[in-house]
Design a protein around this ligand. Structure first.
Ligand code: PLP
Length: 231
């Protein structure tokens, strides 16, 4: 049976349960719970569903579209200072300016054109946006992300040619495979390149992500329930 959309009243309890599980998973592998950041993925959910999480004190959220984020977060940001917004969906270079204005962390840097557009906009806006490079660990043709074999060269290009500070790597494992080899591969690429952040793990596998070194987990359904169909 499909998970139904959560009533706004249920969000704080579900958020607290996920946050507790994140902390427990970290402790289970001898990690400091403070070393794992829970990004609550609020994409497609109305502001009224997201607000209770903010009222409960949560501040890190993930969205996948520039346009939707603009409409939803302008007012929420005014009401709740200190919000940290993560872009977790694909970015077109013609949206780089808006993305740099709206987001605090962009997790989907995956090709030179986007990296170049972001470098230019970050310099122009003077905003310290954190960047994560998305790696297509399963080499799926339809999926965004730099191929694992190209990651070292792409990271070098971002750093040396564009002067970008790459804060982390992100991956979305293939839906029909075990996530662990993908998380392990991402961690290996990060270690080889001295990249500190690892964004890996969603509702169904964030514990595994934490076991394998995630610094950020992106959890939507477990907090907000099933996503409403796109309108
Ligand atoms: C939607 C989404 C998530 C959240 O997925 P859930 O299974 O709802 O937790 C995480 N990461 C990315 C990139 C997403 O698009």
């Amino acid at each position: 049976m499909a998970d139904t959309e959560t009533a706004p009243d249920d969000v704080p309890a579900r958020l607290a349960a996920v946050a507790a599980q994140v902390a427990r998973s970290a402790r289970d592998v001898g990690r400091d719970p403070g070393s794992v950041s829970l990004v609550a993925v609020s994409k497609t959910h109305a502001a009224a569903v997201v607000a209770p999480a903010l009222e409960a004190g949560h501040r890190a959220f993930g969205e996948n579209r520039v346009q939707e984020t603009k409409g939803k977060w302008l007012e929420l940001r005014e009401r709740f200072p200190g919000v940290e917004l993560h872009l977790i969906g694909p970015l077109q270079s013609n949206k780089a300016r808006e993305a740099v204005e709206l987001f605090d962390v962009i997790e989907t840097v995956d090709r030179p054109k986007i990296a170049e557009a972001l470098a230019a906009e970050i310099a122009r806006a003077g905003r310290a946006v954190k960047l994560f490079v998305e790696v297509n660990t399963g080499a799926e043709p339809q999926k965004a992300g730099v191929l694992p074999g190209d990651a070292d060269a792409f990271l070098k290009h971002c750093r040396d040619a564009l002067g970008l500070d790459v804060a982390g790597l992100m991956c979305i494992p293939p839906a029909d495979e075990q996530a662990s080899p993908h998380f392990a591969l991402l961690a290996k690429i990060a270690a080889a390149n001295g990249v500190p952040g690892l964004s890996m793990g969603m509702s169904s596998d964030f514990e595994l992500g934490i076991q394998l070194g995630a610094t950020h987990v992106r959890v939507g359904t477990a907090i907000f329930g099933a996503r409403p169909p796109l309108r």
